[in-house]
Unconditional design. Structure first.
Lengths: 247, 320
């Protein structure tokens, strides 16, 4: 297996806080790589640097052999990087389908098309319905996002990332705030993606992480202290001390 | 659906026919009023493209009205008094072309700066740029400074005569309908959808791969050009242009019209302009403090009529 994403010696400080501290990470093509760590470990800051929302102070990020450290955020999806947000971030005034249409169209060249009525774009609409169905939102397709339940919005978050046809999905706590039933729906959804997509998963739900992940990196104070398969992470002394508790 | 289209058609027909009828019956004053209404409505439609559909609250759009009007006045001035041979003309195509060009370039250059910031800062910077234009024209003595510039000759076009009040009104009304149609088309296009997405959640649009800055800038330039066009008509209507037309209070009036009528709607800016002009006319005959009841009315509409006046037009799917 080759590395799709390579992060080396990444640093990012906010004032005196080192949110990312000499961080190294390799994500292999096709794997589901979970990043876990206590609150405030800098997981979301890491995702933000990978997606281009935040730029590192030093270090490099390369994706598929291309150095993307300084690439602007809106250019990265065109290389094949898509993210979801820990706090749901959708276009609430639009319908499920319209959100998905925008996600699909983002990759189809420019949108400086001032004249042709939007509704005429049948192919995109059809594709959007397919993505909605894939995350079990087929019956909600025309509903405004603001009126969806939290669980449905979380699923749409993932669908938006899928609709952008990315090679690397950055999922920032897809289970955040979900009830047990909704969470198990989301886990089944992620299971269907496993093997199809390369995924970086940030998650607090340990059961989900140990069920889903091919490999796990443990992050503490902006630094990755261990990377390995779930079995080895469980056995790792440092990880047990730092994160899982000592019992 | 039927009823909505019917009401909208009725509004357009009334805007076009009532003033002509009143003029025919010997009340040319109303024709003048309606001409001014149509011109300001065009500017409001232009502003609505960014304020309503794009969520960018520009407090400086009167600058484009001024630039458009000066683009008519300055060539006409040089045509009469000499100098600046390159632009000295009364040819309407050149003058209107110049109005579109200058307002487009001004929107592009200021947009590059304004659109780097959001919210209150955007409002303040757009206003600051407009005030710069205001003070620029105050300082140019050749064009009258703050006394303003009399436009001795109106734009000349083949077939139509802008000196004829009826013809000028008809041109303004038809231009208004055209611009409303244009912005409606844009709002329904893929570009319009992207713009709506940016208004809804810009960060998400960036994360999806949209260069939101470029889309906002394009909308900003189109909006500025529409207002520049409106300004060129205004210059022809008033045959006088002064920096006072660029004042931030004028920009505020355009915002009033859009918000009063209903943001991000096709008919909102027109309804806002109609209400604004009629109230201004009626209230100012009663009291010189007409701004007070007017302001109270605006507050009332914003608080109690969700979606502005255009929300009062029956919606698609309503009974009957």
């Amino acid at each position: 297996m080759t590395a799709l994403l390579t992060v080396s010696q990444l640093n990012k400080s906010y004032g005196g806080v080192r949110a990312t501290d000499d961080l190294n990470l390799e994500v292999m093509t096709g794997e589901l790589h979970a990043v876990i760590g206590p609150n405030g470990a800098g997981k979301t800051t890491l995702i933000s640097q990978l997606s281009g929302n935040v730029f590192p102070d030093s270090g490099t990020i390369s994706f598929d052999g291309i150095d993307i450290t300084h690439m602007v955020e809106h250019a990265r999806p065109h290389l094949g990087i898509a993210r979801t947000y820990q706090i749901t971030s959708l276009i609430n005034s639009m319908s499920v389908i319209e959100n998905l249409q925008l996600a699909i169209q983002a990759k189809q060249g420019h949108s400086f098309k001032f004249w042709k009525p939007y509704a005429d774009n049948k192919d995109v609409r059809t594709a959007a319905h397919e993505y909605a169905a894939r995350v079990d939102l087929g019956s909600r397709a025309e509903m405004q996002v603001a009126n969806l339940s939290h669980g449905e919005q979380r699923r749409l978050e993932v669908a938006m990332a899928l609709a952008s046809d990315a090679r690397l999905l950055l999922l920032d706590e897809p289970l955040a705030g979900l009830g047990p039933e909704e969470a198990s729906d989301m886990i089944s959804l992620l299971e269907t993606l496993k093997g199809q997509q390369t995924i970086v998963l940030i998650e607090h739900d340990m059961d989900a992480v140990f069920t889903l992940a091919d490999r796990i990196s443990v992050m503490v104070y902006g630094h990755i202290i261990a990377t390995g398969d779930p079995y080895h992470i469980r056995q790792n002394q440092d990880v047990q001390h730092a994160y899982l508790g000592e019992d | 659906m039927q009823k909505k289209v019917f009401v909208q058609g009725l509004i357009l027909a009334a805007v076009l026919i009532v003033p002509l009828l009143l003029n025919y019956m010997g009340h040319p004053f109303y024709l003048d009023l309606a001409t001014r209404l149509c011109i300001l409505a065009i500017a409001a439609v232009g502003l609505n493209l960014i304020l309503g559909y794009g969520g960018m609250i520009s407090f400086g759009h009167a600058a484009y009205l001024g630039l458009g009007a000066y683009a008519v006045g300055i060539p006409a001035h040089h045509w009469l008094y000499g100098g600046m041979d390159a632009i000295a003309t009364t040819n309407g195509f050149v003058q209107f072309g110049l109005a579109l060009l200058v307002s487009g370039i001004f929107a592009l250059l200021t947009g590059l700066v304004c659109l780097k910031v959001k919210g209150v800062y955007f409002i303040m910077i757009t206003m600051a740029f407009a005030q710069m234009v205001y003070y620029l024209f105050i300082s140019i003595a050749e064009y009258g400074g703050d006394d303003g510039l009399v436009i001795d000759t109106r734009s000349e076009f083949p077939l139509v005569n802008f000196d004829d009040a009826t013809q000028l009104f008809t041109i303004c009304a038809v231009s208004l309908f055209f611009v409303m149609w244009l912005v409606w088309r844009i709002s329904k296009s893929q570009f319009g959808m992207v713009l709506a997405g940016i208004k809804g959640n810009e960060q998400r649009m960036i994360a999806m791969g949209y260069n939101t800055f470029a889309y906002k800038l394009a909308a900003y330039v189109i909006s500025g050009m529409i207002c520049g066009f409106s300004g060129a008509l205004l210059g022809n209507f008033t045959t006088f242009i002064s920096p006072e037309m660029i004042d931030w209070a004028r920009s505020g009036e355009l915002m009033f019209m859009v918000i009063l009528g209903g943001v991000a709607t096709t008919f909102g800016p027109l309804l806002g302009a109609i209400t604004f002009i009629i109230l201004e006319e009626v209230l100012s005959t009663i009291t010189i403090y007409w701004h007070l009841p007017f302001g109270l009315l605006l507050i009332g509409v914003v608080m109690f009529v969700k979606g502005g006046l255009s929300a009062l037009i029956p919606k698609a799917g309503d009974k009957e």
